[in-house]
Design a protein around this ligand. Structure first.
Ligand SMILES: [Zn+2]
Length: 79
């Protein structure tokens, strides 16, 4: 099973799944979900690492293989 990144024009293999909880203002990054789901987005490693969340939102990176932030990846500034 292999899916590709949901970002337009990307097409790299997806390695992570992005999901949202709008009511809570939380974005999750997790290891690629086993099943595709209309409410989540599959992302390649590069786009997963580049995820930014709107101001006031929280990003929870729960990928098991997540690398430690190296250059301020948790850019929470939405402006
Ligand atoms: Zn991508």
């Amino acid at each position: 099973m292999s899916r590709s990144c949901a970002r337009p024009g990307c097409g790299r293999p997806a390695v992570a799944t992005l999901s949202y909880a709008y009511a809570d203002g939380v974005v999750w990054l997790e290891d690629l979900a086993a099943e595709d789901h209309p409410m989540v987005h599959d992302l390649c490693a590069q786009h997963a690492d580049g995820v930014r969340v709107p101001n006031g939102w929280e990003l929870r990176d729960e990928r098991r293989g997540a690398a430690l932030p190296q250059h301020g990846q948790l850019d929470l500034i939405g402006a």
